[in-house]
Design a protein around this ligand. Structure first.
Ligand code: NI
Length: 257
């Protein structure tokens, strides 16, 4: 009944124990996960993982931190992967000025380019933004006509105003472990305000494990902690949140079965 719309099962911390990781999240009621690629090699690996496990789907693309390796050959590989029956999105793509400030123009160019590729391949985008909200919003607005297949702001931590702008562009808002952290003030406000039909959940495993397991290696089995927090914030029950989120995920990521 639960879905994790953003995790990295190809990470060193998870990939060698994948059988156990998958059994663990299935036992916790997490029926679907989207395994997210960050560059050419990781996109190829998440595809392999999706081919091995029926509950695993994937996204292919270049994370802003990895775009130094973005070239014509890598792009061709990614475009090939997008056509796979279990590839449900292009991502993760976006801007990250927290880790890298010296290649902003290159980040912006590759972000816009990948939005275009996603559109040409009729797929939604999975967007990562850190310390670059203004520029990200500008690029999304400039490319509004190419957002016909929608997208999601992953691990959203912006303000209510920014969330409203993203929603206007048809972007879903996804919440993960940071929502359960003590300093999550703006995320709490946004999580209470996002419309039922635009809400998604994720873990970003192996990073950002939610309370009360913060600091451990995160896996998709921790989705129920995030759903519990969302239910409390939105004054509804967990089952209703889980149902809504699953429906939303299947609407946005229409290749999900
Ligand atoms: Ni991620």
């Amino acid at each position: 009944m639960y879905i994790d719309t953003h995790c990295h099962l190809d990470d060193e911390k998870l990939k060698n124990d994948l059988e156990n990781v998958v059994n663990g999240f299935l036992a916790a009621g997490v029926e679907r996960v989207i395994d997210i690629g960050c560059d050419e090699a990781s996109s190829l690996l998440v595809k392999e993982q999706a081919e091995k496990f029926p509950c695993v789907y994937f996204a292919a693309g270049f994370h802003p931190m990895d775009i130094e390796r973005y070239d014509a050959k890598a792009e061709e590989t990614i475009i090939g992967l997008l056509k796979h029956e279990k590839c449900v999105a292009m991502g993760e793509i976006g801007l990250d000025y927290y880790w890298k400030k010296d290649n902003k123009e290159d980040q912006k160019e590759k972000f816009a380019r990948q939005i275009e590729i996603a559109y040409e391949n009729k797929l939604p985008i999975n967007v990562h933004v850190r310390d670059a909200t203004g520029d990200a919003l500008e690029i999304l607005k400039q490319n509004k006509s190419k957002l016909a297949y929608g997208g999601v702001m992953h691990c959203f931590s912006g303000s209510r105003e920014i969330a409203a702008e993203m929603l206007k562009l048809g972007m879903y808002i996804s919440f993960g472990g940071t929502l359960t952290f003590k300093n999550a003030r703006s995320a709490l406000e946004v999580a209470a305000f996002v419309p039922d039909d635009m809400l998604l959940t994720e873990t970003d495993s192996p990073y950002l494990a939610p309370e009360p397991v913060r600091g451990t290696v995160n896996t998709p089995k921790n989705i129920p902690h995030i759903v519990k927090k969302l239910a409390a914030l939105r004054k509804t029950d967990e089952e209703k949140i889980a149902e809504n989120v699953m429906r939303n995920a299947k609407t946005l990521f229409y290749k999900l079965k």
